[in-house]
Design a protein. Structure first.
Length: 562
RNA sequence: GCGCUUGUAGCUCAGCUGGAUAGAGCAACGGACUUCUAAUCCGUAGGCCGCAGGUUCGAGUCCUGCCAAGCGCACCA
């Protein structure tokens, strides 16, 4: 909670002596327009409890609230008590605080000595990293930082899809067609994709290929040497190329524990399941409530499924990390799967199943069709990033040809544009992959926020960062808006964490950037009258800091020049 | 057929968990660079919030029913 909001809540709590602070905090809202104040307390819900008209409650409440330095005006309108913050006074408290706390501003101790494990990215290995995987990667990375800001110890887990029937397919394809001429070098990730696509094409004509693939996977699970060597080779090739992309985006993991990691933990998990297992059509299942299909433990050929591995993984993670929360950043199309997995955990008597949460997101589409690896209908993420970086370079040549480290800035901005594009909207929305939109750096985009940050840096370089200033001088409308916005930042982070919704931070950063650019447009800063310049520069520094921090929470870099 | 998700400006989306006059960006049109980075800013235009009921002081937001789109519904992940 921001410092001003905190005092408003406290003032209401004391004057009202009826509701706990928590409830007041929930009721308190930000009015739709600035001339209605900065915080507003609606009295409608109290009307029943107090058996009085809202307007009367509001009036009496307002009268009981003592004078406070922070809010210089309280007004009653239509059953609302509106608080107007004294921005000068607020700035005097807030800006030094932001300066001091820097990247720690808005941190919470909510998660002190608790951990949250976040399962994200988790691409299928032996397949190229496509833009479809971008979503989980970028959202999960941002959530990791957001939860860290909430004080939690975060375990970033890349649950690589490095086990399963698809390996049977690739092995089969590689053995049968791997030596045929290809435009890609043998065994490379693009070559493997080519084989994978061909497998599906041929399997459509000849379904017995699917049996062959299942057989190869079964051999792999049974420890067949030939299958294992090929699997290892494919895994390494894929992982190497994955890590390259992660490095480009500045994304890291604490654990690369993929599905294969749980192989030796499967028997233990199955043993726990034993009392609930049934045989059905040759397969082994656990029946769940009527509204859900049964959970498959083992296929009729005895091989395991990814659900079984998810189960073993959840148990392992609880034992190893004692998580307070486990998040699965996985597409919405797997909602039923996770519902089943959590239900099975519950059935096993694990109460912590309630702390497991599927964090779904919408599909990435390309034109009318779903991107499908099987049909070879993929857009490689590395190609997208390369194109974005390329475009950024040409923009730099045009706008700022004397820039020092062009390569590095082009990478940060190009990659930032792609990542921001994925974080801007509520994650549940489907995304249409549009080159034009992705490569447009104007308006609500990552580069816009980064540009604003660079602008602020540039001002500070020119005017310097004052140690102190008379911040009561910040009385212009554009300045007040910025101060109020900076005060709300802690709330924004908390809200983003609560909803596992990075877009909350993205939207906030856009709004802050917009307000800053208006301010920049309307007033001289570095060359204003000395005392005013000092106050404004301190405000600029506060904005610079909070934009940098917002971008950090989104997992995006903030170059000082661009 | 059943379940989940989504429907808000021409397009892409916000809308603080039921509050005040529904807001941004893109695209279009018209303006602002001898001045701190124009990747910017200002202005104009654009709306039966899918449709119909209901709940109450009050509904884009909650409930019910339709309509439309997407995703799922045991041996893929």
């Amino acid at each position: 909670m921001g410092i001003a909001k905190e005092s408003v809540v406290e003032a209401i709590e004391n004057a009202l002596a009826l509701l706990p602070a928590k409830e007041i905090e929930n009721l308190l809202e930000v009015p739709p327009s600035a001339d209605l104040g900065d915080y507003s307390f609606p009295c409608f819900t109290l009307a029943k409890k107090m058996r009085k008209a809202p307007a009367i409650i509001a009036k009496e409440l307002a009268e009981k609230i003592p004078q406070d330095d922070l809010f210089n005006r309280i007004e009653v309108v239509n059953g609302y008590v509106n608080f107007y913050l004294d921005k000068g006074h607020l700035a005097n408290k807030l800006l030094p605080k932001i300066k001091k706390e820097a990247m720690k501003y808005g941190q919470s101790d909510e998660g002190k000595s608790k951990s949250v494990v976040i399962d994200f990215s988790s691409p299928n290995i032996a397949k190229p990293f496509s833009v479809a995987h971008l979503r989980s990667t970028v959202i999960g990375h941002s959530l990791s930082r957001i939860w860290e800001h909430m004080g939690y110890k975060v375990e970033r887990i890349n649950h690589l899809g490095d086990w399963g029937t698809q390996f049977g397919k690739v092995i089969y394809a590689y053995k049968n067609w791997g030596d045929e001429p290809s435009s890609y070098s043998k065994g490379s990730i693009r070559h493997l994709l080519e084989l994978y696509v061909r497998f599906h094409k041929e399997a459509d004509q000849n379904p017995s290929l699917d049996d062959e693939a299942r057989l190869w996977f079964k051999r792999l699970e049974d420890g067949d040497k030939e299958a294992y060597v090929l699997w290892e080779q494919f895994r390494k090739t894929s992982l190497d190329s994955l890590v390259e992309v992660y490095e480009l985006m500045g994304i890291t993991f604490d654990h690369y524990t993929g599905e294969s990691f749980y192989n030796d933990k499967i028997p233990g998990a199955i043993e726990k399941l034993q009392p609930f297992m049934k045989e059905s059509e040759g397969a082994e299942i656990v029946e769940l409530s009527d509204d859900m299909p049964p959970f498959l433990v083992r296929k009729s050929d005895g091989a395991t499924l990814y659900g079984t591995r998810d189960l073993a993984a959840a148990i392992y993670r609880q034992e190893t990390y004692k998580f307070a929360k486990a998040l699965y950043v996985v597409g919405g199309e797997q909602a039923l799967h996770f519902k089943q997995v959590f239900a099975v955990l519950k059935k096993l008597g694990y109460d912590w199943a309630d702390n497991c949460e599927h964090v779904p997101f919408g599909l990435m589409r390309f034109g009318d069709m779903k991107l499908s690896t099987r049909q070879g209908n993929v857009i490689f993420l590395e190609d997208v990033l390369a194109k974005a970086i390329e475009l950024t370079k040409s923009i730099i040549e045009e706008k700022n040809p004397n820039l020092d480290n062009k390569e590095e800035v082009a990478r940060a901005v190009g990659v930032g544009a792609v990542m921001f594009n994925d974080l801007r909207n509520n994650r549940i929305k489907d995304i249409n992959f549009e080159w034009d939109e992705l490569l447009n750096f104007q308006g609500d985009t990552g580069p816009y926020v980064q540009y604003t940050h660079a602008r602020a840096c540039s001002l500070l370089q020119k005017g310097g960062v004052p140690e102190a200033a008379n911040l009561s001088l910040l009385q212009e409308e554009e300045e007040k808006v910025l101060v109020a916005s900076l005060e709300r930042f802690p709330e924004v982070v908390a809200q983003a964490a609560k909803g596992n919704e990075p877009s909350t931070v993205a939207r906030y950063s856009l709004g802050l950037a917009r307000d800053f650019n208006k301010f920049y447009q309307a007033h001289r800063i570095a060359d204003a009258e000395e005392e005013v310049a000092k106050a404004r520069l301190m405000l600029v520094d506060g904005v610079r800091q909070v934009i940098a921090l917002s971008l950090y929470l989104l997992g995006i870099e903030a170059p000082e020049k661009m």
